[in-house]
Design a protein around this ligand. Structure first.
Ligand SMILES: [Ca+2]
Length: 104
């Protein structure tokens, strides 16, 4: 079961890393926050370190709109994206339960 989650996360990250972030639904990224266990800023290693996701959360007013910088590294390549989110669960930071509005 855990393996399938990792495969799904890797698939999504490959999509993002391919430069088609604008086409990745925010909904997919919202699910990714839960799968990675994101709470604010942090670094998350997926698999055996094939993919490393670094998040710098700029915070949000509780219930408001926030932004975070997301860097995805896979092998020797990497990409940086700006994520805009609605702090749906009113805790002032990016975590599972928030709605990702856009990823650029
Ligand atoms: Ca939140």
């Amino acid at each position: 079961m855990k393996g399938w989650i990792i495969v799904g996360v890797l698939g999504l990250l490959v999509l993002i890393g391919s430069g088609v972030a604008q086409q990745v639904p925010g909904q997919g990224f919202s699910a990714l926050l839960c799968e990675l266990g994101v709470t604010g800023s942090g670094t998350f290693v997926i698999g055996n370190g094939q993919v490393v996701v670094s998040i710098v959360d700029n915070g949000a007013s509780p219930g408001g709109i926030g932004t975070a910088t997301v860097t995805i590294e896979h092998g020797k390549s990497g990409s940086t994206h700006t994520l805009t989110y609605q702090d749906t669960n009113d805790d002032g930071m990016l975590d599972c339960g928030d709605t990702v509005l856009s990823v650029t």
